[in-house]
Design a protein around this ligand. Structure first.
Ligand code: HEC
Ligand code: HEC
Length: 408
Protein backbone atom coordinates (compact mmCIF):
# COMPACT_ATOMS: atom_id res chain seq x y z
CA UNK A 1 0.00 0.00 0.00
CA UNK A 2 1.44 3.36 -1.01
CA UNK A 3 -0.90 5.49 1.08
CA UNK A 4 0.63 4.64 4.43
CA UNK A 5 -1.17 7.21 6.62
CA UNK A 6 -3.49 10.21 6.60
CA UNK A 7 -0.82 12.82 6.00
CA UNK A 8 0.45 10.89 3.04
CA UNK A 9 -2.98 10.30 1.49
CA UNK A 10 -3.77 13.98 1.99
CA UNK A 11 -0.45 14.89 0.40
CA UNK A 12 -1.10 12.65 -2.59
CA UNK A 13 -4.59 14.09 -3.11
CA UNK A 14 -3.19 17.61 -3.01
CA UNK A 15 -0.44 16.68 -5.43
CA UNK A 16 -3.01 15.20 -7.84
CA UNK A 17 -5.12 18.39 -7.71
CA UNK A 18 -2.05 20.54 -8.38
CA UNK A 19 -0.89 18.38 -11.29
CA UNK A 20 -4.32 18.20 -12.94
CA UNK A 21 -4.77 21.95 -12.46
CA UNK A 22 -1.38 22.65 -14.01
CA UNK A 23 -2.15 20.40 -16.97
CA UNK A 24 -5.50 22.08 -17.61
CA UNK A 25 -3.87 25.52 -17.38
CA UNK A 26 -1.13 24.64 -19.85
CA UNK A 27 -3.54 23.10 -22.34
CA UNK A 28 -5.85 26.14 -22.13
CA UNK A 29 -2.94 28.54 -22.61
CA UNK A 30 -1.56 26.64 -25.59
CA UNK A 31 -4.98 26.50 -27.24
CA UNK A 32 -5.80 30.18 -26.75
CA UNK A 33 -2.28 30.98 -27.94
CA UNK A 34 -2.84 29.14 -31.23
CA UNK A 35 -5.62 31.44 -32.31
CA UNK A 36 -3.30 34.36 -32.14
CA UNK A 37 -0.50 32.85 -34.18
CA UNK A 38 0.40 35.29 -36.99
CA UNK A 39 -1.74 38.07 -35.65
CA UNK A 40 0.87 39.57 -33.35
CA UNK A 41 1.05 42.79 -35.41
CA UNK A 42 -2.53 43.90 -34.79
CA UNK A 43 -2.88 42.12 -31.49
CA UNK A 44 0.41 43.02 -29.85
CA UNK A 45 -0.53 43.53 -26.19
CA UNK A 46 0.60 47.13 -26.07
CA UNK A 47 -1.58 47.96 -29.10
CA UNK A 48 -4.73 46.42 -27.80
CA UNK A 49 -7.50 48.73 -26.80
CA UNK A 50 -7.91 48.62 -23.03
CA UNK A 51 -10.92 49.41 -20.83
CA UNK A 52 -11.83 53.06 -20.32
CA UNK A 53 -12.00 54.76 -16.87
CA UNK A 54 -15.72 54.19 -16.57
CA UNK A 55 -15.34 50.48 -16.77
CA UNK A 56 -12.11 50.34 -14.76
CA UNK A 57 -13.55 52.11 -11.73
CA UNK A 58 -16.87 50.34 -11.85
CA UNK A 59 -17.66 46.70 -11.14
CA UNK A 60 -14.08 45.59 -12.02
CA UNK A 61 -12.57 47.58 -9.20
CA UNK A 62 -15.27 46.50 -6.80
CA UNK A 63 -14.75 42.88 -7.71
CA UNK A 64 -11.01 43.21 -7.11
CA UNK A 65 -11.51 44.98 -3.77
CA UNK A 66 -14.14 42.52 -2.58
CA UNK A 67 -12.03 39.53 -3.44
CA UNK A 68 -9.06 41.11 -1.64
CA UNK A 69 -11.21 41.77 1.41
CA UNK A 70 -12.49 38.19 1.24
CA UNK A 71 -8.96 36.75 1.14
CA UNK A 72 -7.95 39.01 4.01
CA UNK A 73 -10.88 37.77 6.03
CA UNK A 74 -9.87 34.19 5.38
CA UNK A 75 -6.34 34.89 6.59
CA UNK A 76 -7.65 36.82 9.59
CA UNK A 77 -9.80 33.89 10.64
CA UNK A 78 -7.38 31.16 9.66
CA UNK A 79 -4.42 32.50 11.62
CA UNK A 80 -6.10 32.56 15.06
CA UNK A 81 -7.66 29.18 14.40
CA UNK A 82 -4.22 27.87 13.52
CA UNK A 83 -2.77 29.42 16.66
CA UNK A 84 -5.52 27.90 18.73
CA UNK A 85 -5.00 24.45 17.33
CA UNK A 86 -1.21 24.44 17.14
CA UNK A 87 -0.37 23.74 20.82
CA UNK A 88 -2.81 20.85 20.78
CA UNK A 89 -1.22 19.52 17.63
CA UNK A 90 2.24 19.79 19.16
CA UNK A 91 1.13 18.12 22.36
CA UNK A 92 -0.44 15.35 20.37
CA UNK A 93 2.78 14.92 18.45
CA UNK A 94 4.85 14.76 21.65
CA UNK A 95 2.42 12.28 23.17
CA UNK A 96 2.48 10.13 20.08
CA UNK A 97 6.25 10.30 20.09
CA UNK A 98 6.42 9.24 23.73
CA UNK A 99 3.91 6.45 23.18
CA UNK A 100 6.08 5.15 20.38
CA UNK A 101 9.11 5.27 22.68
CA UNK A 102 7.29 3.36 25.41
CA UNK A 103 6.02 0.74 22.93
CA UNK A 104 9.45 0.23 21.45
CA UNK A 105 10.99 0.12 24.93
CA UNK A 106 8.56 -2.60 25.91
CA UNK A 107 9.46 -4.68 22.86
CA UNK A 108 13.15 -4.30 23.72
CA UNK A 109 12.52 -5.14 27.36
CA UNK A 110 10.48 -8.23 26.59
CA UNK A 111 12.08 -9.65 23.49
CA UNK A 112 14.95 -7.63 22.05
CA UNK A 113 17.22 -7.26 25.05
CA UNK A 114 15.49 -9.79 27.31
CA UNK A 115 15.63 -7.66 30.42
CA UNK A 116 12.48 -9.58 31.35
CA UNK A 117 14.47 -12.77 31.90
CA UNK A 118 16.11 -11.30 34.96
CA UNK A 119 14.04 -8.30 36.08
CA UNK A 120 10.68 -9.98 35.34
CA UNK A 121 7.60 -8.60 33.60
CA UNK A 122 6.67 -5.06 34.63
CA UNK A 123 10.05 -4.74 36.37
CA UNK A 124 8.93 -6.38 39.63
CA UNK A 125 12.36 -7.96 40.07
CA UNK A 126 13.52 -11.54 39.79
CA UNK A 127 16.43 -13.85 40.07
CA UNK A 128 19.09 -15.08 37.68
CA UNK A 129 21.66 -17.82 37.65
CA UNK A 130 25.23 -16.50 37.55
CA UNK A 131 28.73 -17.86 37.76
CA UNK A 132 30.94 -16.03 40.22
CA UNK A 133 34.60 -16.01 39.24
CA UNK A 134 37.59 -14.81 41.19
CA UNK A 135 39.97 -12.07 40.07
CA UNK A 136 41.83 -14.54 37.83
CA UNK A 137 38.63 -15.56 36.10
CA UNK A 138 38.58 -18.90 37.93
CA UNK A 139 35.26 -20.46 38.86
CA UNK A 140 34.20 -19.85 42.45
CA UNK A 141 30.55 -20.78 42.55
CA UNK A 142 27.29 -20.85 40.67
CA UNK A 143 24.74 -18.66 42.44
CA UNK A 144 21.19 -17.30 42.12
CA UNK A 145 21.59 -13.55 41.98
CA UNK A 146 18.74 -11.16 42.80
CA UNK A 147 17.89 -8.90 39.88
CA UNK A 148 16.45 -5.82 41.65
CA UNK A 149 12.96 -4.55 40.95
CA UNK A 150 12.98 -1.74 38.39
CA UNK A 151 9.46 -0.49 39.17
CA UNK A 152 11.01 1.81 41.79
CA UNK A 153 14.37 2.53 40.13
CA UNK A 154 13.48 6.11 39.12
CA UNK A 155 12.90 7.00 42.77
CA UNK A 156 16.55 6.30 43.63
CA UNK A 157 18.38 7.16 40.40
CA UNK A 158 18.11 10.13 38.06
CA UNK A 159 17.45 9.36 34.40
CA UNK A 160 21.14 9.95 33.67
CA UNK A 161 22.17 7.48 36.35
CA UNK A 162 19.84 4.82 34.96
CA UNK A 163 21.29 5.54 31.53
CA UNK A 164 24.75 5.04 33.05
CA UNK A 165 23.83 1.57 34.35
CA UNK A 166 22.31 0.59 31.01
CA UNK A 167 25.34 1.83 29.11
CA UNK A 168 28.05 0.42 31.34
CA UNK A 169 26.36 -2.39 33.25
CA UNK A 170 27.68 -3.54 36.64
CA UNK A 171 31.01 -5.30 36.23
CA UNK A 172 31.23 -8.54 38.16
CA UNK A 173 27.44 -8.90 38.38
CA UNK A 174 24.89 -10.39 35.94
CA UNK A 175 24.02 -6.89 34.70
CA UNK A 176 25.89 -6.51 31.40
CA UNK A 177 26.77 -3.32 29.55
CA UNK A 178 23.84 -2.92 27.14
CA UNK A 179 24.53 0.46 25.55
CA UNK A 180 26.86 0.96 22.61
CA UNK A 181 28.95 3.25 24.84
CA UNK A 182 29.89 0.29 27.01
CA UNK A 183 30.29 -2.08 24.08
CA UNK A 184 26.73 -3.40 24.20
CA UNK A 185 24.23 -3.95 21.38
CA UNK A 186 21.77 -1.08 22.07
CA UNK A 187 21.87 2.34 20.42
CA UNK A 188 21.53 5.57 22.40
CA UNK A 189 17.93 5.83 21.27
CA UNK A 190 17.12 2.27 22.30
CA UNK A 191 18.51 2.99 25.76
CA UNK A 192 16.20 6.02 25.95
CA UNK A 193 13.27 3.88 24.81
CA UNK A 194 13.98 1.45 27.64
CA UNK A 195 14.00 4.35 30.11
CA UNK A 196 10.67 5.58 28.72
CA UNK A 197 9.27 2.09 29.20
CA UNK A 198 10.60 1.95 32.77
CA UNK A 199 8.79 5.23 33.51
CA UNK A 200 5.55 3.62 32.37
CA UNK A 201 5.67 0.97 35.11
CA UNK A 202 6.98 2.93 38.11
CA UNK A 203 4.98 2.35 41.28
CA UNK A 204 3.10 5.29 42.75
CA UNK A 205 4.63 6.71 45.97
CA UNK A 206 1.77 5.07 47.90
CA UNK A 207 2.45 1.65 46.38
CA UNK A 208 6.11 1.99 47.21
CA UNK A 209 5.32 2.98 50.81
CA UNK A 210 3.06 -0.05 51.09
CA UNK A 211 5.96 -2.33 50.07
CA UNK A 212 8.29 -0.82 52.68
CA UNK A 213 5.63 -0.85 55.41
CA UNK A 214 4.72 -4.44 54.57
CA UNK A 215 8.33 -5.48 54.92
CA UNK A 216 8.72 -3.90 58.38
CA UNK A 217 5.34 -5.15 59.61
CA UNK A 218 6.25 -8.66 58.50
CA UNK A 219 9.32 -8.63 60.74
CA UNK A 220 8.22 -6.54 63.73
CA UNK A 221 4.65 -5.15 63.89
CA UNK A 222 5.38 -3.15 67.07
CA UNK A 223 8.32 -1.43 65.43
CA UNK A 224 6.20 -0.72 62.36
CA UNK A 225 3.65 1.01 64.55
CA UNK A 226 6.21 3.15 66.37
CA UNK A 227 7.74 4.05 63.04
CA UNK A 228 4.36 5.04 61.59
CA UNK A 229 3.92 7.47 64.50
CA UNK A 230 7.33 9.06 64.01
CA UNK A 231 6.77 9.29 60.24
CA UNK A 232 3.45 11.00 60.87
CA UNK A 233 5.00 13.51 63.26
CA UNK A 234 7.52 14.35 60.54
CA UNK A 235 5.03 15.20 57.82
CA UNK A 236 5.80 18.61 56.42
CA UNK A 237 9.03 19.21 58.36
CA UNK A 238 11.46 21.68 56.82
CA UNK A 239 14.81 19.87 56.93
CA UNK A 240 14.95 16.07 56.92
CA UNK A 241 18.12 16.10 59.01
CA UNK A 242 16.17 17.64 61.90
CA UNK A 243 13.43 15.03 61.77
CA UNK A 244 12.05 13.24 64.82
CA UNK A 245 13.66 9.86 65.22
CA UNK A 246 13.04 6.43 66.73
CA UNK A 247 14.89 5.34 69.88
CA UNK A 248 18.44 4.10 69.29
CA UNK A 249 17.45 0.48 69.86
CA UNK A 250 14.58 0.81 67.38
CA UNK A 251 16.85 2.54 64.88
CA UNK A 252 19.35 -0.31 64.96
CA UNK A 253 16.57 -2.88 64.59
CA UNK A 254 14.92 -0.99 61.74
CA UNK A 255 18.26 -0.22 60.11
CA UNK A 256 19.10 -3.91 60.11
CA UNK A 257 15.81 -4.79 58.41
CA UNK A 258 16.08 -2.12 55.74
CA UNK A 259 19.81 -2.53 55.12
CA UNK A 260 19.63 -6.29 54.63
CA UNK A 261 16.19 -6.93 53.12
CA UNK A 262 16.48 -9.11 50.04
CA UNK A 263 12.88 -10.31 50.07
CA UNK A 264 10.79 -7.31 49.07
CA UNK A 265 11.39 -5.80 45.62
CA UNK A 266 14.08 -8.43 44.93
CA UNK A 267 16.47 -6.52 47.17
CA UNK A 268 15.98 -3.21 45.37
CA UNK A 269 15.30 -1.41 48.68
CA UNK A 270 18.38 -2.84 50.37
CA UNK A 271 21.94 -1.66 50.89
CA UNK A 272 23.49 -5.07 51.50
CA UNK A 273 23.06 -6.17 47.89
CA UNK A 274 25.83 -3.74 47.00
CA UNK A 275 27.66 -3.33 50.30
CA UNK A 276 27.84 -6.90 51.60
CA UNK A 277 29.59 -9.37 49.35
CA UNK A 278 27.29 -12.30 48.65
CA UNK A 279 24.11 -10.62 49.91
CA UNK A 280 22.70 -10.31 46.39
CA UNK A 281 22.80 -14.09 46.10
CA UNK A 282 21.58 -14.99 49.53
CA UNK A 283 24.87 -15.43 51.37
CA UNK A 284 25.20 -12.30 53.51
CA UNK A 285 27.54 -13.85 55.99
CA UNK A 286 28.62 -16.93 54.08
CA UNK A 287 31.96 -18.71 53.79
CA UNK A 288 34.99 -16.53 53.29
CA UNK A 289 35.69 -17.72 49.74
CA UNK A 290 32.29 -16.49 48.60
CA UNK A 291 32.48 -13.30 50.60
CA UNK A 292 35.37 -12.12 48.47
CA UNK A 293 33.32 -11.65 45.34
CA UNK A 294 30.14 -10.05 44.22
CA UNK A 295 29.93 -6.87 46.20
CA UNK A 296 29.86 -3.71 44.27
CA UNK A 297 30.09 -0.94 46.83
CA UNK A 298 32.66 -0.66 49.62
CA UNK A 299 32.48 -2.36 53.01
CA UNK A 300 30.84 0.14 55.34
CA UNK A 301 32.32 -1.12 58.60
CA UNK A 302 34.10 1.82 60.21
CA UNK A 303 32.10 4.37 58.23
CA UNK A 304 31.67 6.32 61.48
CA UNK A 305 35.36 7.32 61.22
CA UNK A 306 34.89 8.62 57.67
CA UNK A 307 31.95 10.97 58.06
CA UNK A 308 29.92 12.89 60.61
CA UNK A 309 26.37 11.64 61.16
CA UNK A 310 25.12 14.66 59.19
CA UNK A 311 27.42 13.96 56.22
CA UNK A 312 26.47 10.31 56.39
CA UNK A 313 22.76 11.12 56.48
CA UNK A 314 23.09 13.58 53.60
CA UNK A 315 24.80 10.97 51.43
CA UNK A 316 22.20 8.25 52.02
CA UNK A 317 19.39 10.80 51.68
CA UNK A 318 20.54 12.32 48.39
CA UNK A 319 22.80 9.67 46.91
CA UNK A 320 25.83 10.53 44.83
CA UNK A 321 26.24 12.57 41.73
CA UNK A 322 29.03 11.90 39.30
CA UNK A 323 32.05 14.01 40.23
CA UNK A 324 30.33 15.78 43.09
CA UNK A 325 32.05 15.87 46.45
CA UNK A 326 30.70 13.89 49.39
CA UNK A 327 32.10 13.59 52.91
CA UNK A 328 35.19 15.73 53.29
CA UNK A 329 37.35 14.42 50.45
CA UNK A 330 35.50 11.89 48.36
CA UNK A 331 34.13 12.15 44.85
CA UNK A 332 30.81 10.61 43.83
CA UNK A 333 29.97 8.04 41.18
CA UNK A 334 26.53 7.60 39.56
CA UNK A 335 26.21 4.16 41.17
CA UNK A 336 25.35 4.89 44.81
CA UNK A 337 21.59 5.60 44.84
CA UNK A 338 19.77 8.20 46.93
CA UNK A 339 17.08 6.85 49.23
CA UNK A 340 15.35 9.91 50.66
CA UNK A 341 14.95 12.43 47.85
CA UNK A 342 13.40 11.59 44.51
CA UNK A 343 16.12 12.72 42.09
CA UNK A 344 13.61 13.12 39.26
CA UNK A 345 11.23 15.43 41.13
CA UNK A 346 10.44 18.92 39.88
CA UNK A 347 11.63 18.47 36.31
CA UNK A 348 8.28 18.40 34.57
CA UNK A 349 9.45 21.29 32.39
CA UNK A 350 12.06 18.95 30.91
CA UNK A 351 9.41 16.37 30.22
CA UNK A 352 10.41 14.14 33.17
CA UNK A 353 7.39 12.55 34.90
CA UNK A 354 7.02 13.96 38.40
CA UNK A 355 6.07 11.63 41.25
CA UNK A 356 6.83 14.19 43.96
CA UNK A 357 9.72 14.91 46.31
CA UNK A 358 9.63 11.74 48.37
CA UNK A 359 12.07 8.97 47.56
CA UNK A 360 12.10 5.42 48.88
CA UNK A 361 12.59 6.06 52.60
CA UNK A 362 11.43 8.68 55.13
CA UNK A 363 13.89 10.75 57.19
CA UNK A 364 13.34 8.52 60.25
CA UNK A 365 14.12 5.45 58.15
CA UNK A 366 17.29 6.92 56.67
CA UNK A 367 18.43 7.89 60.18
CA UNK A 368 17.81 4.31 61.28
CA UNK A 369 20.00 2.97 58.47
CA UNK A 370 22.71 5.52 59.30
CA UNK A 371 22.69 4.51 62.97
CA UNK A 372 22.81 0.82 62.03
CA UNK A 373 25.77 1.37 59.70
CA UNK A 374 27.68 3.41 62.27
CA UNK A 375 27.22 0.53 64.67
CA UNK A 376 28.54 -2.20 62.37
CA UNK A 377 32.03 -2.09 63.94
CA UNK A 378 30.47 -2.91 67.34
CA UNK A 379 28.53 -5.79 65.90
CA UNK A 380 31.24 -8.30 65.12
CA UNK A 381 28.90 -11.28 65.36
CA UNK A 382 27.13 -10.00 62.31
CA UNK A 383 30.38 -9.44 60.50
CA UNK A 384 31.90 -12.76 61.40
CA UNK A 385 32.34 -15.34 58.66
CA UNK A 386 31.02 -17.88 61.11
CA UNK A 387 27.70 -16.52 62.32
CA UNK A 388 27.42 -16.24 66.08
CA UNK A 389 31.17 -15.98 66.76
CA UNK A 390 33.35 -12.91 66.92
CA UNK A 391 36.11 -14.22 64.71
CA UNK A 392 37.66 -11.28 62.96
CA UNK A 393 36.05 -10.72 59.59
CA UNK A 394 37.91 -11.19 56.33
CA UNK A 395 36.22 -8.97 53.82
CA UNK A 396 37.29 -7.64 50.49
CA UNK A 397 38.32 -4.09 51.25
CA UNK A 398 39.27 -4.92 54.84
CA UNK A 399 41.67 -7.70 54.01
CA UNK A 400 43.51 -6.25 51.05
CA UNK A 401 45.19 -9.60 50.37
CA UNK A 402 42.57 -11.70 48.61
CA UNK A 403 44.81 -14.69 47.99
CA UNK A 404 42.77 -16.80 50.41
CA UNK A 405 41.11 -18.56 47.48
CA UNK A 406 43.41 -21.13 46.01
CA UNK A 407 42.82 -21.23 42.31
CA UNK A 408 45.72 -23.42 41.21
C1 HEC B 1 21.26 -11.67 33.12
C2 HEC B 1 20.33 -10.96 33.95
C3 HEC B 1 20.03 -9.50 33.61
C4 HEC B 1 19.62 -8.97 32.40
C5 HEC B 1 19.36 -9.69 31.09
C6 HEC B 1 19.42 -7.57 32.64
N1 HEC B 1 19.72 -7.24 33.93
FE1 HEC B 1 19.61 -5.42 34.77
N2 HEC B 1 20.44 -6.11 36.46
C7 HEC B 1 20.67 -7.44 36.74
C8 HEC B 1 21.23 -7.54 38.06
C9 HEC B 1 21.61 -8.84 38.78
C10 HEC B 1 21.35 -6.24 38.56
C11 HEC B 1 21.93 -5.82 39.91
C12 HEC B 1 23.40 -5.81 39.83
C13 HEC B 1 24.06 -5.48 41.15
O1 HEC B 1 24.09 -6.35 42.00
O2 HEC B 1 24.51 -4.35 41.29
C14 HEC B 1 20.84 -5.36 37.54
C15 HEC B 1 20.75 -3.98 37.65
C16 HEC B 1 20.02 -3.18 36.80
C17 HEC B 1 19.73 -1.80 37.02
C18 HEC B 1 20.15 -0.99 38.22
C19 HEC B 1 19.14 -1.12 39.29
C20 HEC B 1 19.68 -0.89 40.67
O3 HEC B 1 18.96 -0.37 41.48
O4 HEC B 1 20.82 -1.30 40.95
C21 HEC B 1 18.95 -1.38 35.97
C22 HEC B 1 18.37 0.00 35.76
C23 HEC B 1 18.79 -2.51 35.08
N3 HEC B 1 19.45 -3.58 35.61
C24 HEC B 1 18.06 -2.49 33.91
C25 HEC B 1 18.09 -3.50 32.97
C26 HEC B 1 17.55 -3.40 31.65
C27 HEC B 1 16.77 -2.23 31.10
C28 HEC B 1 17.83 -4.56 31.01
C29 HEC B 1 17.55 -4.94 29.57
C30 HEC B 1 18.30 -4.18 28.61
C31 HEC B 1 18.54 -5.40 31.96
N4 HEC B 1 18.68 -4.73 33.13
C32 HEC B 1 18.97 -6.68 31.67
C33 HEC B 1 20.44 -8.51 35.90
C34 HEC B 1 20.09 -8.41 34.56
C1 HEC C 1 23.51 -0.26 43.53
C2 HEC C 1 24.56 -0.42 44.49
C3 HEC C 1 24.44 0.32 45.80
C4 HEC C 1 23.38 0.31 46.69
C5 HEC C 1 22.06 -0.39 46.55
C6 HEC C 1 23.80 1.09 47.81
N1 HEC C 1 25.05 1.58 47.62
FE1 HEC C 1 26.11 2.71 48.91
N2 HEC C 1 27.63 2.84 47.55
C7 HEC C 1 27.68 2.18 46.36
C8 HEC C 1 28.94 2.44 45.72
C9 HEC C 1 29.41 1.91 44.39
C10 HEC C 1 29.65 3.29 46.59
C11 HEC C 1 31.06 3.81 46.43
C12 HEC C 1 31.20 5.00 45.60
C13 HEC C 1 32.65 5.42 45.57
O1 HEC C 1 33.41 5.03 46.46
O2 HEC C 1 32.99 6.11 44.66
C14 HEC C 1 28.80 3.51 47.75
C15 HEC C 1 29.17 4.28 48.84
C16 HEC C 1 28.42 4.39 49.99
C17 HEC C 1 28.85 5.11 51.17
C18 HEC C 1 30.13 5.86 51.30
C19 HEC C 1 31.21 4.91 51.65
C20 HEC C 1 32.56 5.52 51.59
O3 HEC C 1 33.40 5.08 52.39
O4 HEC C 1 32.80 6.36 50.74
C21 HEC C 1 27.84 4.96 52.09
C22 HEC C 1 27.79 5.53 53.49
C23 HEC C 1 26.80 4.16 51.50
N3 HEC C 1 27.18 3.83 50.23
C24 HEC C 1 25.62 3.82 52.13
C25 HEC C 1 24.60 3.09 51.52
C26 HEC C 1 23.33 2.81 52.15
C27 HEC C 1 22.93 3.24 53.54
C28 HEC C 1 22.58 2.12 51.25
C29 HEC C 1 21.16 1.60 51.42
C30 HEC C 1 20.18 2.49 51.95
C31 HEC C 1 23.41 1.96 50.07
N4 HEC C 1 24.62 2.57 50.27
C32 HEC C 1 23.00 1.29 48.93
C33 HEC C 1 26.70 1.40 45.81
C34 HEC C 1 25.48 1.13 46.40
Amino acid sequence: MILANTQQSFGFALLAVVLVGAAVYIVAKVRSGRAEVGSEIELAPNRKQYLDDEDLEGPKLNAALFSAAGLLAIIAVALPVYWLAEPGRQEGAVEKFEETFVERGQVLYETGAQCVNCHAGGGVGGITSFIVNDQNGQFVSQVNWNAPALNNVLYRYSEDEVRYVLNWGRPGTPMAAWGALGGGPLTTQQVDELIAYMWSFQLTPEEMRAEVNGLIEGVDPGLAERLAEVNKSNEGIAGPETANRLSRADEIALGEILFNNQGVGAGSYSCSRCHVPGAAYGQPWGPVALLQYGSFGPDLTGIETQATPQQHFALVWEGMEEGKQYFSRRQGTPTMPGFGLNPNAGQADKGVPDFGEAGMFTPAEVWAIVTYERNLSNDLTVKSPVAGTTESPTFAGVAADTSTTETE
